[in-house]
Design a binder for this molecule. Structure first.
Ligand SMILES: C[S@@+](CC[C@H](N)C(=O)[O-])C[C@H]1O[C@@H](n2cnc3c(N)ncnc32)[C@H](O)[C@@H]1O
Length: 228
């Protein structure tokens, strides 16, 4: 079973101090509360920069998670229940993705689903299956030690040692319960608390790639070793 963690993901509701920023007056007048709005750089860039939001270059991109998840959950590996998917967010929430989950292809519906999840902590299907579960204040180390309990944690990053993805996938598939970590943020690098949990850190290309490309390539290479 491969464990895939999308880490330091830019998924959060708008922080209170940002909500009060003068540039977001229209938003406040719309009647929406901060808990009803995902932080999104496309709309909140000026407020993020001018309030000096910590690590703002890594935040406000929930669309990255949407595209990466669509790719991960459509793979034969996941559809055959041979991959578990976890999301770790910039502010240490963890989302456990159940088996056979399909998330909306429409971004607007995905956004609504995430806001609902952040409020209610669970998304349950009509038949009573747990699809998504939010465990708040679960830092990355606890996710690895208490939930994933993997044999090895491999981080993929441009700051890692170069190695062919094919060879990384062969190694991962020789373990019972390996874990691979891909960033869910647009710029910058893994936080120290995530990076320090890696047993190995590899770069798979001389250029920076988008998260969904790395997810798709990794899963495909891994599948070659475990699926007929
Ligand atoms: C948009 S990148 C984040 C930007 C960051 N500068 C970086 O390269 O780590 C999203 C994620 O894709 C993965 N990634 C991108 N390029 C990679 C590369 N050349 N080698 C390994 N992983 C890569 C990493 O997990 C990264 O966190």
């Amino acid at each position: 079973m491969l464990n895939l963690i999308i880490a330091d993901t830019s998924l959060e509701t708008i922080p209170d101090n940002l909500y009060r920023h003068p540039s977001l007056r229209k938003l406040r007048h719309s009647g929406k509360k901060p808990s009803d709005i995902l932080l999104d750089r496309s709309f909140h860039h000026f407020a993020m920069v001018s309030t000096g939001l910590e690590n703002h270059h890594k935040r406000g991109r929930p669309d990255i998670l949407h595209i990466a998840l669509i790719n991960a959950l459509a793979t034969p590996l996941y559809r055959n229940n041979m991959m578990k998917v976890f999301i770790h967010t910039v502010n240490n929430n963890v989302i456990c993705v159940g088996d056979n989950v399909r998330i909306p292809k429409s971004y607007i519906r995905f956004e609504g689903l995430m806001i609902n999840l952040l409020k209610t902590k669970k998304i349950i299907s009509d038949e009573g299956r747990l699809l998504l579960e939010l465990r708040s204040q679960t830092n990355f180390k606890r996710l690895i030690k208490e939930i994933v309990k993997s044999d090895i944690v491999v981080g993929l990053s441009t700051t890692g040692v170069y190695r062919k993805l094919e060879s990384i996938a062969i190694d991962l598939s020789s373990q019972n319960n390996p874990c691979v970590v891909i960033g869910g943020f647009p710029n910058g690098y893994f936080s120290d608390s995530v990076d320090s949990c890696f047993d190995k850190k590899y770069s798979i290309s001389s250029v920076g790639l988008e998260s969904q490309v790395v997810v798709s390539r990794l899963v495909y290479e891994y599948e070659k070793n475990v699926l007929a």
